[in-house]
Ligand binder design. Structure first.
Ligand code: GLN
Ligand code: ZN
Length: 783
């Protein structure tokens, strides 16, 4: 049977950001939480933002526009609401918005859902909990309302939902069930939903199934077939576009193409974030038509040609990188698109993923060096690239001749720029042998450190940051506006540091920190002081909920010109006899939370960053600092989605960390910190980091991580977080005591540290003081 592609479209994006071009939604949501505005005002802000955005997308020339990717917090949580899968502990909350935010953030009495990274991105989703008793019921009003709103504006709207496989695969099973076991019960809701969308006038629906680019078992592939055969078999439904992204669907592609869906979206850019992270073959990573590419790169035109069933489908070709900020090589993209024309029933140009992962627009970046700026494309510019490519595809390249030559000139200026290379750093790295990344055996280090630090059993500490109070933010703003001098700013930071040191002494903590008041962000702070990076003025990206980050752009060789942290940490140490931990960010995390150059392998860039951090650890040691923590919260995040690419990544990531931390003497204690749970697959690598002490998020996942560490033969110091810092709730002494006792079942007291799950910068001072007081009390009781 031949399905002709009915009503195909030509230019789209897979999803759009929602925080607002000036973070309007963040502000409104936080005002709602603080009780300053009511629900009606929050909804009005949401509506305004959507209206403006939809109108802009149509004006930019997209002929199909995603609708429903708006969210007050998270799309997985929205899906849980849609299918009636909120946990019973929040269903008693009568007000729907408060119920929603309770599931997201917890309340004094309710624990929130766990939060974890969305595939290999720095976006965090809330993990739905699916038990044997979860009673799925459809609540499609949010999606239907947004669809109606868009259609009323005359927008060619394409509703977007997270597909049932991805939803269940990313959920957490309760009471021993695997969420996918509940597919039979969930599927009827998607059937009903498709009927409702058709009745509301949607001619296409986009069903996101990024889980299809991960390694699937045969049983999971069979579930995929069942799901899409079932949905495609409905008589009343929109045309179905199944969207895959963040990699190559592999065996799932021919299987899916046989299922009678009308369209498939494919990511032609990345296997991992649109750069050369894992391929080691940067030239081929983008828009590659080369079937010989390493696994881990994007879908190739050969993948498409190999699936005859695509000849009567709409292929939505993600050739514009949805995750990185470099300008698209239009010639390359057009070459791929030209080839694809021969294998697809119809072809639409798109981004490789939702634009959730890049800033809104370059418009606000007026301070940027014009050459650097010309190398970039943010959300708006990517939408324009999609439109240009679609035009060129249908009308020929002459139709975009001017834009094409501008794009070519920008790419040429980038590759010729002398700032991309620093020969001195390259020579130093080449001269460092394998031994540079190795320390003495852990037992020898432990003996020396014990002697030097003389800490009590179950030492208490924190992860680094203390609340970023409004006084701190005001000082930073005043410095930026030139209202205070650098010396005045330094004075204010010193007084913050003195307060934080005094507070820790009062609370009786054993290993102190300086509190990181001078850091706007743990990556940006270092990026601002290293050559090879530049910062944006308004390049905000949602990290979770209302938390936004402004990733720096790493464009050239990384060079440390001078010490970056020694003055602050040395000052804190001068105020106390207790050891103050120096705080640095590790190379993997610096890369993960930056937009990284795509013209060399990520492993090479990581070594350059590692060298800069290594120099800093040595300077801290020379300034009398006895403990240095090198944070790697993003270690898990960059793990490739496909099994066969994982080891190569872990090898370079571990080497970079060890290079960064092995320049110090054995008596200097190295700590590291990891968060965002689900460490399973990187547990062996955590042991390989060889840090003397590892603090690790565990509160939300209830200490399971310790058993995993034991199973991996981990024998170093460990501080499983004893309370969750993502919510404002103050943990009781009893609760923390219970956590510690359960940790002691897995770890001997000599190796156990006591600390919160993560840094405290997003919390209020009162909560922090109360929580840490309870933590110290609990540690003393258990000692
Ligand atoms: N040292 C950092 C802090 O405390 C670590 C943050 C993190 O793990 N994300 O803020
Ligand atoms: Zn953390």
């Amino acid at each position: 049977m031949t399905v002709t592609v009915h009503n195909p479209f030509t230019a789209t994006v897979l999803g759009i950001p929602r925080i607002g071009p000036r973070r309007e939604l963040k502000r409104a949501t936080e005002s709602y939480w603080a009780g300053r505005i009511d629900a009606a005002a929050l909804h009005a802000t949401g509506r305004e933002l959507r209206t403006r955005q939809l109108t802009d997308l149509v004006a930019a020339g997209l002929d199909s526009v995603p609708v429903g990717t708006f969210s007050y917090y998270d799309q997985m949580l929205d899906t849980a609401v849609m299918v009636g899968a909120l946990p019973p502990r929040v269903t008693g909350i009568a007000d729907p918005l408060d119920r929603y935010f309770a599931a997201a953030r917890g309340t004094d009495t309710v624990e929130p859902l766990e939060m974890t990274k969305w595939f290999d991105t720095n976006y965090h989703y809330l993990v739905p909990e699916i038990g044997p008793d979860t009673a799925f019921t459809l609540h499609a009003d949010k999606l239907l309302d947004e669809l109606r709103e868009a259609r009323d504006l005359g927008v060619p709207a394409r509703p977007v939902v997270i597909g049932p496989l991805t939803f269940l695969k990313l959920s957490k099973g309760l009471d021993g069930i695997a969420p996918l076991d509940r597919l039979t019960d969930l599927l009827p809701l998607y059937r009903d939903l498709l009927g409702l969308l058709a009745a509301a006038g949607a001619d296409w629906v986009q069903i996101d199934e990024p889980a299809l680019v991960t390694d699937l078992t045969d049983a999971e592939l069979a579930l995929m077939r069942r799901t899409y055969a079932d949905l495609a078999g409905l008589s009343q439904r929109p045309a179905i576009l199944v969207a895959t992204y963040f990699g190559r669907p592999g065996a799932a592609l021919p299987a899916l193409a046989d299922m009678g869906v009308e369209g498939i979206a494919l990511d032609f850019v990345s296997g991992n974030s649109g750069d050369a992270r894992h391929s080691g073959n940067p030239g081929d990573a983008q828009h590659s038509g080369n079937p010989g590419d390493a696994q881990g790169s994007g879908t190739t035109v050969a993948d498409v040609a190999a699936v005859p069933a695509l000849a009567d489908k709409l292929v939505v070709a993600g050739v514009v990188d949805g995750r990185n900020i470099w300008r698209t090589d239009l010639d390359r993209a057009l070459a791929s698109l030209g080839t694809l024309l021969g294998s697809a029933g119809a072809l639409a140009v798109s981004t490789s993923s939702s634009l959730l992962h890049v800033p809104y627009s370059l418009e606000g970046e007026t301070e940027l060096d014009p050459a650097l700026r010309s190398w970039l494309a943010f959300g708006e510019e990517k939408i324009a690239e999609v439109r240009l490519l679609a035009t060129a595809l249908h009308e020929g390249t002459d139709a975009i001749a001017g834009e094409l030559s501008t794009a070519r000139a920008a790419l040429a200026s980038r590759s010729a720029d002398p700032r991309l290379r620093d020969e001195a750093v390259r020579a130093r790295l080449a001269a460092l042998g394998d031994d540079a990344a190795r320390r003495s055996p852990a037992e020898e280090r432990r003996a020396l450190q014990r002697e030097r630090l003389r800490l009590p059993l179950l030492p208490t500490t924190t992860i680094g940051s203390y609340p970023q109070t409004s006084a701190i933010r005001q000082a930073r703003a005043a410095l930026r506006k030139g209202e205070i001098t650098a010396a005045q700013y330094d004075e204010r930071m010193r007084s913050e540091i003195a307060d934080v040191v005094a507070l820790q002494e009062k609370l009786g903590l054993d290993v102190l920190v300086h509190g990181e008041p001078e850091r706007n962000d743990m990556v940006q702070y270092f990026a601002e002081q290293l050559d090879g990076f530049f910062a944006t003025a308004n390049g905000w990206v949602q990290s979770y909920g209302t938390r936004c980050v402004r990733p720096p752009i790493l464009y050239g060789d990384v060079v440390r010109r001078a010490p970056m942290t020694v003055e602050w940490i040395g000052y804190a140490q001068s105020l106390t006899d207790k050891p103050v931990k120096g705080m640095l960010t590790g190379p993997v995390t610096i890369l993960a939370w930056s937009f990284v150059r795509d013209d060399q392998p990520l492993a090479d860039t990581a070594r350059q960053v590692a060298l800069a951090i290594r120099d800093e650890t040595v300077d801290l040691q020379d300034a009398g600092i006895r403990i240095v923590q090198v944070d790697e919260p993003a270690l898990r995040e960059l793990l490739p989605l496909r099994a066969n690419a994982k080891q190569a990544y872990l090898d370079w990531a571990v080497t970079a960390f060890r290079l960064a931390t092995s320049g110090v003497s054995d008596a200097t204690q190295i700590h590291t910190h990891l968060c965002y749970s689900e460490f399973g697959e990187v547990i062996g690598a955590i042991a390989d980091l060889d840090a003397d002490v590892t603090s690790i998020e565990a509160a939300r996942s209830h200490m399971e991580v310790l058993d995993d560490l034991n199973a991996a033969g981990f024998h170093l110091g460990v501080g499983p977080g004893v309370y969750d810092i993502h919510s404002p709730r103050v943990p009781s002494v009893e609760e923390i005591t219970a956590s510690l006792r359960s940790a002691l079942k897995a770890v001997p007291a000599e190796r156990l540290w006591v600390n919160p799950d993560c840094g405290l910068k997003t919390r209020g001072p009162a909560e922090v003081e109360a929580s840490l007081h309870n933590m110290v009390t609990a540690a003393r009781a258990v000692r």
